[in-house]
Structures are given as structure tokens and as C-alpha cells.
Design a binder for this molecule. Structure first.
Ligand code: DON
Length: 561
């Protein structure tokens, strides 16, 4: 019987290459994987068809992304996974990078002066990677298929190679100059310094061997033995800080998700060291006090109220948040309470933009490359996972002999004590570098429930804009009753307290809306696209899954059954 079911489900698996021409979501009766790469989604979909859980599919998809989506898919970075089981249990897995033991609050200073390159762009900018430990921890608790089965497809992809897409060819060519700093990166991602062309096959034999060690030995295949030796040797040769001990001591953590409610929906998202869940719940609490539906999607009134909520949540984020293990009294309960939202609402004027006060500080630069995957299996177990190397291709350093890119996540720590400048550095204590500490993140993997049942899985890359992109996908579904694809397609905007302005995607605001916002005192500026959301909505009437995948990125894909 079991065999028969498997045969039927495998036959029923369809890989859907997004984007499609219509705003219709992709629909599935049972299960769905949405990720930034169709090949990776297919691998996750096959796992689901074999009876694997959503976490199994996330593990397989994530390892595959580390091969085919090297800008952000990774084993040398970190991230977060929020899991909700079909029976309602929820957990948040934290595999954020940690600062090596030799780190200190002044590590980004060079002869007493702040050095942005050291902070964002050097061997010092590499945090101890968390991805392999995090995937392994989540699998230990929720996996049903053998670990090796989940890593094997990535080994095969890396060993046998895969065709380079137009988008990847462009992206690799655009990063060629920066790869030159790392001979292993240049060797791996170019043809002796010449860019690959779309359609050529990219083979990654060193990465295949590293993945094979992980397949054979689990997390120890990364944090100990040959892989760890290769990382530590590369670090030592180039003045990096990470040691064998840092790697051996790395631990992924299971945490309680941040919880909230919004118009009858339950919200589950990521607690610190991400600021995402806290800021998301804070904004939703504020917005619950307004009738956004009556104000209308895209109206100046709605944009004004949402932007004012964003402004306040981002100010709180900057002032208060950091790694909870190093800041034992973070005010998460206060920031996510309905009472606090009510006091914030009293400070929002309907007719006038507030002013962000730059008396304290602004937030440091974060770049735009991360990736999110949303997965639901046929037991309604759900995974919302965002992981990253920080910048596109992270530090652009490939570990010699290891074949994988290292993150530059240390750049998410504050610049240095007292270093608060008008140019955007901040020097407040909660997010200062310290041995073993996790740097503050904006990643916001989120899961919504309604009446105790799974309702929505959402998330996005996009640095600081992530929290707002996730917020907008939720408002689009809950307040404006959009389907998953419409919710993803709709134009986005962003306010992050400082700089004090609303940025909006081209065509997101009409000219007259812009005029009203300006008249209220908002500084409004057009920007490039914002985020790459991956959304699954469970249709409440029939339990059918609707998937929305973002056309803002070229290679995205979904697998459904
Ligand atoms: O953790 C963070 O918030 C950032 N390091 C994520 C970087 C990012 O999202 C870039 N993305 N597109």
C-alpha cells in the first residue's frame, strides 16, 4: 500500500517553472516547495514525494541551493528556520553565525579608525558558519528520511555539474573582479579568469567532496576533520580569526518562536538574534488598530499608516535588539505587546508624517543577497527558512580545497563602541561584537495560523527591507484578500526609521498618491526592486495550497503535488 502511494505521489509531482504569465498562484492539493531555484525546489519536491517531511525537504533544498544558487545558498553562512508541525507544535532553529573567540568590540578598527573593509569585506568579516549544524539539528528533531538521502542530490549536482542560467552567468561575471581576491573563488567561478556563459556546465568538485563528508558524517563532516582543517588553514594563512576550536564549539540553538496575533491570525516568527519576528509583530499590533481594508490597498492613507508603523518598529529594533544570550533582558515582551502598540498609535498623526530623530544613530549597511524557502508537506508541517552569506557570495572567499563560500556576516555587528556617526555607523552595546556572540539579523521567516490551522508561510531576502517585505505579504493576504501570487507581485515600499524616507518600487505608487504622501511631509524615493518573497497560502475552504513565487528574481521555482 505504502509503495503504491509513493508511486502515485511521484507521478503526481510537478515542477513548475515560475514566473508564469498570470497572477494565478500555483495550486497544489498536498504539498509545496518554493525556493529561489527551480532545480533546488525539484529536489525538495522529490523528497516530499518519497514521504519526507517538510524539514527533510528544507534540508535537501538548502543543500541543493548551496550548489546551484551560490549568491546566497550556502554551507558557509547561517540562518533561521521556523517550523510548525501539523499538530501545532512550533520551534525556531537558530543557526546564525557566531563571532570567533578572538573577536572584540574594537575588532573593526584599524589604528583606532573604523575600517569598513575590515568590517564587511575581509577574512575578519567571516563569522563561524551555522548552516550545517542548524539543518542537522532541525533534521534530528523533524526528519524522517536518512540524512544522507537529503545531502546526496547536492553532492551529485556539485560533482556532475549543472547548466548555468542566464541570471547566474550575469551575476558571476559581475562578481569576477571581487573573486580575484580569493584564488579558490576565481578558479571555481570562472574559466581561468574568463566568465562562464549561460548554458555552460558548472562543476564544483571540491564542494562535492565537502558535501560528501557532510553526507557521511553529518555536522561533524563540516565542523571537524578535513573540512574544519581546510577552513582553519585558510583563515590562518590570511589573517582570519576563526580556529578549529571555534568550529568545534559552534552550536545551533532551538528557540521559542516570537508569537503574536493579527486580526484573528496567529503569527510565529524568529526571535533574537533576529530582529525580524519582534519588529514584525510590533508593526502588526500597531496596524491592527486601523481599518486598512477600508482605507484601501495602495491608498496614501494606508501607505502613511504602514510607513509610520515601520518607522517606529525600526527605531525600536536599532535601540534595543541584539543576541539574547548576551543581552539577558531584551524587551521582547514589551515590544510585542498590544498595550505598547496602543501607545505607539497615539504618536501617529493621520495627516502628517512624524520625523525620525537622528539624535542617536542610524543602522549600518546590509546588502541584498539572502534566500528564503517556504515548504508545506502533506501532513501540513510547515517550514519557513531564510539563510544567507550576508552579501551576494558573502566574503567572496572560497575555502581552498573546500569549494564553498564563506559569509561576511560579522558586518552585521555594530561598528565599534561609541562609533555613532551621521554617516550611518552605530555604537550601541546590544549588538557589539564579542566572542561567541551572534550578530543581529533582519531575517524574518514567518508562519501564520488561523483557528489552530496552518494559514500562510512567508519570508524574503533583502537585508533590512526583509521585515517590511514580509509585513506587506501578510497585509496583502489578510487585509486585502489577495491570493498568494498577487500578494507577492504587489508593489512594495520600505521605511527603516533612518534615513527618514519611504523608498518604493517603480510603479508601486501612483503620481497622485506620491503627491499626497509628499504633502504630508514624507520624503519618497523610487528604488530598485525590494525582496524576493516566497509565499504559500492555505486556502481555508478546501485546504488547497497556493504558491506565490517572486518574479523579481530570475531562477525561482516551485515543486508541487
Ligand atoms: O541577517 C541579515 O539581516 C542580513 N545579513 C541579511 C542579508 C540579506 O538579506 C541580504 N539579502 N538579500
Amino acid at each position: 500500500m505504502r509503495k503504491l502511494i509513493l508511486a502515485v505521489t511521484i507521478a503526481a509531482l510537478a515542477v513548475v517553472a515560475f514566473p508564469s504569465a498570470s497572477s494565478q498562484p500555483v495550486r497544489a492539493r498536498k504539498a509545496m516547495v518554493i525556493s529561489a531555484n527551480a532545480m533546488a525546489s525539484q529536489i525538495g519536491g522529490e523528497v516530499l514525494s518519497e514521504g519526507g517531511s517538510a524539514v527533510d525537504a528544507a534540508v535537501a533544498t538548502a543543500f541543493a541551493l548551496a550548489v546551484v544558487h551560490p549568491t546566497a545558498g550556502n554551507i558557509g553562512g547561517g540562518g533561521f528556520m521556523v517550523v510548525r508541525t501539523g499538530s501545532g507544535a512550533a520551534a525556531a532553529y537558530d543557526f546564525r553565525e557566531t563571532a570567533p573567540a578572538a573577536s572584540s568590540p574594537t575588532m573593526f578598527l584599524n589604528a583606532g579608525k573604523y575600517d569598513a573593509d575590515l568590517h564587511h569585506n575581509s577574512y575578519i568579516s567571516v563569522g563561524v558558519p551555522g548552516t550545517v549544524a542548524g539543518l542537522h539539528l532541525a533534521w534530528t528533531e523533524h526528519g524522517t528520511l536518512p540524512w544522507k538521502r537529503l545531502v546526496d542530490p547536492a553532492v551529485k549536482l556539485a560533482r556532475d555539474g549543472f547548466p548555468i542560467s542566464v541570471a547566474l552567468a550575469r551575476s558571476l561575471a559581475g562578481t569576477l573582479r571581487q573573486f580575484k581576491r580569493s584564488p579558490a573563488a576565481l578558479a571555481q567561478f570562472s574559466k581561468k579568469g574568463e566568465p562562464y556563459e549561460a548554458g555552460e556546465i558548472l562543476r564544483l568538485p571540491d564542494l562535492a567532496r565537502t558535501l560528501q563528508r557532510i553526507a557521511d558524517r553529518g555536522a561533524a563532516g563540516f565542523y571537524q576533520g578535513e573540512t574544519a582543517d581546510l577552513i582553519a588553514a585558510d583563515m590562518k594563512a590570511h589573517g582570519g580569526l576563526m580556529t578549529l576550536n571555534d568550529l568545534k564549539n559552534y552550536q545551533a540553538k532551538k528557540r521559542q518562536p516570537v508569537r503574536g496575533t493579527y486580526r484573528g491570525y496567529g503569527i510565529l516568527s524568529m526571535p533574537p538574534p533576529s530582529s525580524g519576528g519582534t519588529a514584525l509583530v510590533e508593526m502588526l499590533n500597531v496596524l491592527e488598530g486601523y481599518d486598512l481594508k477600508a482605507n484601501g490597498f495602495g491608498s496614501a492613507d494606508t501607505i502613511h499608516l504602514v510607513a509610520e508603523s515601520m518607522r517606529r518598529a525600526y527605531a525600536d529594533r536599532a535601540e534595543n535588539l541584539g543576541d539574547a544570550d548576551f543581552n539577558p533582558s531584551l524587551p521582547i515582551d514589551r515590544l510585542t505587546s498590544k498595550d505598547y502598540a496602543a501607545t505607539l498609535r497615539k504618536t501617529i498623526g493621520r495627516a502628517r508624517a512624524s520625523k525620525s530623530s537622528p539624535t542617536s544613530f542610524t543602522w549600518p549597511t546590509e546588502s541584498n543577497e539572502t534566500t528564503h524557502l517556504s515548504i508545506v508537506d502533506d501532513q501540513q508541517n510547515a517550514v519557513s527558512m531564510t539563510y544567507t552569506l550576508e552579501a551576494g557570495y558573502g566574503s567572496k572567499i572560497v575555502v581552498a580545497g573546500g569549494g564553498f563560500l564563506l559569509n561576511n556576516e560579522m558586518g552585521d555587528f555594530n561598528a565599534g563602541p561609541g562609533l555613532t556617526t551621521a554617516e550611518g555607523l552605530i555604537g550601541t552595546p546590544p549588538n557589539m561584537a564579542a566572542p561567541g556572540k551572534r550578530m543581529l539579523s533582519s531575517m524574518t521567516p514567518a508562519i501564520l495560523t488561523k483557528d489552530g490551522k496552518l494559514a500562510m508561510v512567508t519570508g524574503s531576502p533583502g537585508g533590512r527591507t526583509i521585515i517590511n517585505t514580509v509585513l506587506l505579504t501578510i497585509l496583502n493576504v489578510v487585509d486585502f484578500e489577495m491570493n498568494a501570487q498577487e500578494a507577492v507581485d504587489a508593489g512594495r515600499f520600505h521605511h527603516q526609521w533612518l534615513p527618514d524616507r519611504i523608498t518604493y518600487e517603480k510603479f508601486a505608487f501612483s503620481p497622485d498618491t506620491l503627491n499626497i504622501l509628499k504633502a504630508r511631509g514624507h520624503d519618497v524615493r523610487e528604488t530598485d526592486s525590494q525582496g524576493v518573497a516566497a509565499v504559500i497560502v492555505v486556502d481555508p475552504t478546501g485546504g488547497v495550497l497556493e504558491g506565490g513565487l517572486d518574479r523579481r528574481q530570475a531562477d525561482g521555482g516551485g515543486a508541487v503535488r
